[in-house]
Design a protein around this ligand. Structure first.
Ligand code: COA
Length: 257
């Protein structure tokens, strides 16, 4: 598939999606959001893809936010539609994927950029990364899930401070907050994402998708995450991958998923 704003390559079961508008610090315009949806959907539908990595091109930015030039003249309803559509086709879509998504934050992750990284299942960052939700400085609020996912990840007080001050935190603070899991030098970032991807790929993709669904259920209104866990746990039994995983253990060999 040809894209104008992203690159997507698949190798050894890992799809790496790179947002590629470096002259605009990889800002998310409408076309980029649609292309990202298509690339993630392609990865999700391809059973040979076991992990997806999302990163930004260049050494400066992961994503410096939604493209401000595109929405500066929007009306109230157009603004709401922008957020609704974005959440549906990209941010919630990524969060709900059964294929694990790792965000490799290679520089600025601001606004929609941090929201995209937070929609991923976990995040790692290079030591030059800076993260923030600067929207209130523009007279708007985060609209791609930031007001919900940031408090889930760092706690309400820290999220409130980050959102209200519109400030940026560095990689060390993000690690301290639990927003990212690891910090490495920039050239080590994709190798680390691939290494973590490799560890994930040794495990049952069916069970991983079920686990993602159970974890996410705990954050959904009106859903009892414990009930979802019971259902997903039961659902694993009798599957080929459960039989392979348990048989391999009992036969003292590596499971082949
Ligand atoms: N939307 C649209 N364009 C953006 C952008 C965004 N969110 N972020 C950066 N750009 C563009 C700049 O307009 C500039 O384009 P130009 O060269 O055509 O003028 C280019 O990317 C480079 O950015 P610049 O601001 O010159 O880089 P810098 O190193 O001086 O500053 C940032 C880097 C990240 C601090 C700064 O770009 C910034 O504050 N960006 C906006 C962040 C933001 O508010 N995001 C939330 C949006 S809701």
């Amino acid at each position: 598939m040809m894209y104008n704003n992203i690159l997507s390559t698949t190798e050894n079961g890992i799809t790496t999606i790179t947002i590629n508008r470096p002259s605009k610090l990889n800002a998310l315009n409408k076309e980029t959001i649609e292309e990202l949806h298509n690339a993630f959907a392609k990865a999700e539908e391809d059973a040979t893809v076991r992990v997806a990595i999302i990163t930004g091109s260049g050494e400066k930015a992961f994503v410096a936010g939604a493209d401000i030039s595109e929405f500066a003249n929007f009306s109230e309803s157009e603004g709401a539609e922008l957020a609704r559509m974005g959440q549906e086709i990209l941010f919630d879509y990524v969060a709900d994927m059964g294929t694990p998504v790792i965000a490799a934050i290679n520089g600025f992750a601001l606004g929609g950029g941090l929201e995209l990284a937070m929609a991923a299942h976990f995040r790692i960052a290079s030591d030059n990364a800076r993260m923030g939700l600067p929207e209130v400085g523009l007279g708007v609020i985060p609209g791609y899930g930031g007001t919900q996912r940031l408090p889930q990840l760092v706690g309400k007080g820290r999220a409130m401070e980050m959102i209200m001050t519109a400030g940026m935190i560095d990689a060390n603070t993000a690690l301290d907050y639990g927003l990212i899991n690891h910090i490495v030098a920039q050239e080590e970032l994709l190798p680390l994402a691939e290494k973590l991807g490799g560890k994930i790929m040794r495990n049952s993709p069916m069970a991983i998708a079920a686990a993602i669904n159970a974890v996410n259920a705990g954050y959904e209104d009106g859903v009892d995450g414990y009930d979802t866990e019971i259902e997903e746990f039961g659902g694993c039994f009798g599957t080929d991958q459960f039989i392979e995983g348990t048989t391999a253990f009992l036969e003292k060999r590596k499971a082949d998923f």
